[in-house]
Each structure stands twice: as structure tokens, then as C-alpha cells.
Write a protein that binds this ligand. Sequence first.
Ligand SMILES: N[C@@H](CCC(=O)N[C@@H](CS)C(=O)NCC(=O)O)C(=O)O
Length: 259
Amino acid sequence: MPEFTLYNAPQSTCSQRVRFVLNAKGLDFAEHRLDLFSGDQLKPEYLKINPNGVVPALMHNGQTVLDSAVIIEYLDETSPGRISFTPTDPVARARMRWMMRYIDEIPTPAVRVPSYNLAFLPHFRNMTEEAFTALANSKPLRKEFLLTMGRTGFPKSEMDQALDRLNRAVVRMNEWIVQGGGTWLMGDQITLADIAIMPVIVRMDDINLHTSWADKPAISKWLEAIRTESAYTTTYYHGSLLTEKYPHLADLRKQRKAG
Ligand SMILES: N[C@@H](CCC(=O)N[C@@H](CS)C(=O)NCC(=O)O)C(=O)O
């Protein structure tokens, strides 16, 4: 029986962080794929595992570990084996954690806004107002997020704010790479901070927001490097990108390649 059990979703950015670390470390895990648009994450049996009603959740030795940033730190601490993603120097470790806090404060919540507006909205559009409000009220962590979005999408002001936060995060990421003098956020060693920001950059690229780093070759190089990691391919199995699930986004991407 695998040592770890992961509750997650293919296209969930938070889940992708955890899959990457499990895969990179070669850890054997049983994967439960939840359908977030059928409400698997809100079923009573899952709420017993994660009362926040979100993925991912990791089970290890009968214990539950929650929150993607916490889970990847936990995995690196308990399974340092094949590859370690945490610097040994305490000052560098503190800097990595500070980067991770920033990533969870600014770009991670911001990328949800264009993701919902550009891809997920059709899941809600045909609901009645009552059903939609009931759904929002049933979400322990995302009630206000959903109510602000409504069935017609986030207003332009919210989109503009989210895009501004994403662009600021890209500027910050570029500074980190340049200061580190290597490929990764902290120099030549890939750390948990790279894995924390990976799903944001991959998602931005997926939904045509790549122009944000058109003048920042360090970020294009970083993206190329993370894509060549062997854990990347196993993490982003088919169905993990939005362009693989939503035909209208795939069409936009084709136009980008042709243009
Ligand atoms: N801070 C949490 C956030 C988890 C989270 O927001 N998960 C999203 C997918 S990336 C989710 O499960 N959403 C379900 C929903 O909104 O109902 C973490 O990093 O684990």
C-alpha cells in the first residue's frame, strides 16, 4: 500500500505543487481525483478530511496534512531522500519561506480571477440565482470569492486588479531570479519557492497571460527549465492544463502559435 494518499484535482494549482514534490522525490502515493465542479470537495466525507472544503489534502501514517504550502514543506522535511528543496542555511531557509508567503499572498489568489472568468464561468452560468447562492454559502473558504464573481463573472475592476497583482508578482519574480544569479528563484538550486510559484506561471502561460514576461527572458528561461524537470511531465498529466479541458481556450492558444 502506498505510504501517502493525496486528495487533489488535475487542474488545481495548489494540487500541482504537491504532485510535483511527490513525483520529484519518487514517493509512492495513492491519488484521489476530486471533481471540483461536481462538489466532491464539499461532500461530508471529504469535509471530515479537510473542513475547508478545498484540495489538496495529504494523508500520511494515518495523519492529515493540509494546505499545499504546508504539505510541500512537510514532504521535504519528512522525506529529504532523493532531492531536497530546502536550503540548509537558516537565513536562506527563512528567505525561501518569505518568498512562499508572498506567493500565497499576491499571485496565487490573483490567478484565480482570470481562471474563473476565462475558463470556469460556464459551470455557473446556467444555475439559478438560488442554487448559486446556496453553492457559495456552502463553501467554507470561497464563499465571498464566489459571491463577488456572481454567475456573470468578475467585473472589469476586479479583473484589472488581479492582472495588476500578477504583473507585480512577475516583476518581483524576475528580481529574485536576477539577484540569485542562476536559473531559479534562489540561484542554482531549485527550492520550494520555485514549486510554489510554478502553477501560477504555468497557468498564466496556459491562459495567454504570458505577455506579462515578454521583456523578462529570465522568466522564460525559468519556465523552460521547470518544464524539463522529469517531475513536471508526471505532474501535468493530460487534463491538468485548462487548454486541455476547455476548447475555447485551446483555440486562443492555437491563434497565438499561428500569429
Ligand atoms: N491555501 C489552500 C487553498 C486551497 C484551494 O483554494 N484549493 C482550490 C483548488 S486550487 C479548491 O479546492 N477549490 C475548490 C472550491 O473553490 O470549491 C492550499 O494551498 O491548499
